[in-house]
Ligand binder design. Structure first.
Ligand code: GYE
Length: 321
């Protein structure tokens, strides 16, 4: 992540989204389709479901693509195997939403040797930028910072015990959101009692929160869940313990899915930072540009907002994911 963001101007993803994708539909049938292998993380969350839909819609036949889709059940080995298989199938381009940041060098070198450009979607990796064409995703560090600044401002001078439910260990969003959040709460009276992974899933969030509530009875006042789904899972555990989410335990999450904003609108969450999953059109434009020999920025960042209760209520009727 750091490597990419350093000194890179982020550029017009909206412009990209608007240009590349429109050409096509009627002439596409007569043209050769661009074969793209997409290695998706899995189907861990509502965010992921929206991201998969967005990618499938953008990489459609009407837009000139043949998409080979693989979901790796959040297993790094399975994901690398999928990329190997894309290389063996001689696809025109490979898109990866990397489960974890590390372990990519060898397979990316193979793709490079086979002259197949690789596009990173959503998550960043720690390999040298020369091993891939470009990345398009959200700014996870900033999301963590926004969540942390809200927490700091919310607690004011009141000593507050916090627990954290982390995303997939070793994933860019888990690493960067923690870094941003921790830096933002520095100097505040927030004490981190515990921090454990819930793998970005509802079931994981519920199990981890149950453990926290047993281990620290009546002590927890704030929960930072690194995505909506884990926060939603935690709600069940909090209610089962006879506590009121949003009141007895304040909750801040990241993503801004329909379900997350609904919980916020109902007062069960207290703040939600947005992470836009609708990246398909932007990625498809980048693929077309690179295959056409155009130069593109190495990093392309989506813009994200944040919501309090009133803003969530206002946004829900037109929320697209
Ligand atoms: O926050 C989480 C998903 O990589 C930004 O992955 C994405 C994260 C998202 O499963 O819900």
């Amino acid at each position: 992540m750091k490597r990419i963001l350093k000194g890179v101007a982020t550029a017009g993803i909206l412009a990209l989204a608007l240009t590349g994708i429109t050409a096509g539909s009627s002439s596409a049938a007569s043209k050769k389709l661009i074969v793209v292998g997409f290695a998706q993380t899995g189907s861990e969350s509502g965010w992921r479901a929206a991201n998969t839909l967005s990618m499938k819609a953008a990489f459609s036949k009407a837009n000139g693509f043949k998409l080979i889709f693989n979901a790796a059940d959040n297993k790094p080995e399975a994901q690398i195997a999928a990329v190997h298989s894309f290389i063996n199938q001689r696809v025109n381009a490979i898109v990866i939403a990397a489960v974890v940041e590390t372990g990519w060098d060898n397979v990316l070198k193979e793709a490079k040797a086979a002259k197949i450009p690789v596009f990173l979607e959503d998550r960043t990796i720690s390999s040298a930028p020369s091993l891939y064409a470009t990345w398009l995703g959200d700014n996870f560090l900033k999301e963590g910072t926004t969540a942390g600044l809200w927490a700091k401002q919310m607690v004011g001078t009141t000593p507050t015990n916090m627990v954290v439910i982390e995303g997939t260990t070793g994933s860019a969003p888990a690493i960067d959101r923690a870094t941003g959040f921790n830096a933002a709460i520095k100097g505040s009276p927030i004490v981190t009692l515990d921090s454990q992974t819930g793998n970005f899933t509802r079931a994981g969030g519920k199990t981890v929160m149950e453990g926290f509530l047993q281990k620290y009875p009546k002590k927890i006042q704030l929960l930072f869940a690194q995505n909506d789904d884990m926060g939603l899972g935690a709600l069940d555990a909090i209610k089962a313990a006879g506590l009121i989410p949003g009141k007895d335990i304040k909750i801040v999450t990241i993503d801004g899915t329909h379900d997350g904003l609904t919980a916020l609108s109902q007062g069960e969450f207290n703040y939600v930072v947005e992470c836009n999953p609708l990246l398909g059109a932007g990625v498809a434009s980048l693929v077309k540009a690179v295959l056409a020999g155009k130069s593109v920025p190495k990093a392309n960042t989506a813009l994200d907002g944040a919501f309090d209760q009133a803003q969530a209520t206002a946004a829900l009727p037109t929320r697209k994911y």
